[in-house]
Design a protein around this ligand. Sequence first.
Ligand code: ZN
Length: 156
Amino acid sequence: MPVQRVVTIHYHLTDPSGKTIDSSEGRGPFSYLEGAGQIIPGLERALSLLSAGQETTVQVAAAEAYGVRRPELVLDVPKTKLPQADVKIGDRFRGGPDEHAPVFTVIEVGADTVKLDGNHPLAGVDLTFRVNIVSMREASSQEIEHGHSHDGGHDH
Ligand code: ZN
């Protein structure tokens, strides 16, 4: 088994139009444990080849990121079936009691029904990550046991 590392990065994520989707700027760097599935696999692979201080731009196709959009996850639902009567565009609901059930976003509100979209907001979006590797170090045995980095504090 290869040495597992904790990688700390600054990143800037944009969509194909150049719009910023997410960024670590102003929030402090982000740390992840290699091999723990905490970041998109294609991005993790590309970053694993770099070392501290290096910068790179990684393009990740939608299918390799949050998946392609699935039209069958767009549903018309009677308002009476919703967890609350009064909804507006942008409200979000989990599609069932299971914590892994898809989250639906209200995209249209009609008189008796609402249109819900169960696609991830980034489904179908090709992503561009601009990444600066802040540091890479060997993970501690406790981090490997827990499956996450303990940088940035840890309260368990
Ligand atoms: Zn922990």
